[in-house]
Design a binder for this molecule. Structure first.
Ligand code: BGC
Length: 413
């Protein structure tokens, strides 16, 4: 080839990629230390394909704020290219006809064989892929500061609620806050669903909180769950209402508090701060839930757009989200585990390895259940209603357990 021809060929190649490069506006709510590092990996990946990332971050743990903003953007006919949407909400958006079909990417990349069936189902609407999953978070964890436990004379992580309350008493006596809690309704429910799972087991959790069976909801087991939940509150500090989850994790990190009930995005915070599991912080399944796993899968749905550059960018984003390289680096930062099957866990820490092992084993035993607090189980409207009731109960000690139970049953209807 002459120099001229080479120059022409290069120019043509540049033209093609420029024509196909697009801007992807990405709505997400990953704004804490560990989350921001993870989001940065996604951005880097997209930019490596020649596309532009337009950041649309809406702060607020659990994503409630982000979903409100998303609704107003879609209603005004100006959706972002991609949005962090998950669980049954994916189906609702797809039903509205606003989501792009990702089947061509999914087929080319063989998603059906790379994803656990339980996850693939959530990503599909009427058999077509409309969202791409990035991870599997486990929600039923308790985090602890080993130094605080040592000073309080607590040896090892509590396995049952009797052990937990005995440990919490010691931590309190030693002058620490026993339970770090952020009083926001998604955080209240994160603790509540772990309590229900620990008190009643996976089958009860499924009947009561997923199937919303009135018999299970209105039962002695649910009563016991509410009592246990309320008891946990007595170990929290007065400044808890309204506190963000990452500031709550920081209380454990800084040795102000002993325990926190939270999903493993909390590990992303510890890790982002340079803390090591087993040494600077401890992880364990919430009391009574070692044989169960509440899953929470983060995913991105793409909105239908006319611009062909943007469409190409959306496809590239979806494809690269499922790549092994991304699944590894993203989840190392995020605290979750890869959603893609058969990936090596060599680079992951012991908390992630335990999560990965339990994800596989609970899928076989029926212990794998969707997180209600994190939008994986029921329609967003009922989820909102029962979250409100549980938070009212948590916040107002004048609401007795029987009254709380009554309100829960009514909200689930
Ligand atoms: C999301 C996580 C996020 C957490 C806190 C959860 O619902 O799945 O990705 O880190 O909320 O915002």
């Amino acid at each position: 080839m002459t120099l001229n021809k080479i120059a022409l060929a290069i120019a043509a190649a540049v033209c093609v990629s420029a024509a196909q490069a697009g801007e992807v506006e990405v709505l997400h709510y990953w704004t804490s230390g560990g989350e921001a590092k993870s989001a940065a990996e996604l951005k880097k990946l997209l930019e490596s394909k020649g596309h532009t990332w337009k950041d649309f971050a809406v702060a607020g743990g659990g994503g409630d704020n982000a979903m409100t903003v998303l609704k107003s953007r879609v209603v005004s006919g100006n959706p972002p290219a991609a949005a962090q949407i998950k669980g049954p909400a994916i189906q609702e958006w797809a039903q509205d006809g606003v989501l792009a079909n990702l089947d061509s990417v999914a087929k080319a990349e063989k998603w059906d064989s790379l994803l656990p069936g339980v996850v693939a189902n959530v990503m599909k609407y009427k058999g077509n892929y409309v969202a791409a999953p990035v991870n599997v978070h486990r929600v039923n964890w308790v985090w602890a500061n080993p130094e605080v436990l040592k000073k309080a004379g607590v040896s090892g992580m509590p396995q049952t609620y009797d052990e937990f309350f005995a440990a919490a008493d010691k931590v309190k006596k030693a002058g620490f806050i026993a339970v770090a809690h952020g009083g926001q309704n998604w955080q209240d429910f994160t603790t509540f669903e772990s309590v229900v799972l620990g008190v009643g087991g996976a089958k009860f959790y499924q009947d009561a909180l997923v199937k919303l069976d009135p018999k299970a909801l209105n039962s002695p087991t649910m009563k016991k769950s509410l009592e246990t939940f309320r008891k946990i509150k007595s170990y929290t500090d007065a400044a808890s209402p309204g506190r963000d989850w990452n500031l709550t994790t920081a209380m454990v990190m800084q040795g102000k508090a002993g325990f926190q009930f939270m999903g493993d995005w909390a590990k992303g915070e510890f890790v982002a701060a340079g803390k090591k599991p087993g040494k600077d912080f401890l992880c364990a399944a919430a009391p009574g839930t070692a044989n169960a796993f509440t899953f929470n899968v983060d995913s991105f749905a793409m909105f239908k757009l006319k611009d062909t550059g943007a469409q190409k960018a959306q496809g590239d984003l979806a494809a690269s989200i499922m790549s092994t390289g991304f699944q590894e680096v993203f989840n190392l930062n995020k605290g979750s585990i890869p959603v893609r099957l058969n990936m090596s866990m060599d680079k992951f820490d012991d908390c992630a390895k335990l999560s990965s092992k339990d994800f596989v084993s609970t899928a076989k035993t029926g212990g794998l259940v969707p997180s209600v607090a994190h939008g994986m189980a029921i329609s967003p409207s009922i989820e909102g209603a029962i979250k409100d009731v549980v938070s009212q109960f948590w916040n107002d000690d004048k609401i007795g357990v029987d009254e709380g139970l009554k309100r829960l049953v009514a909200a689930a209807k």
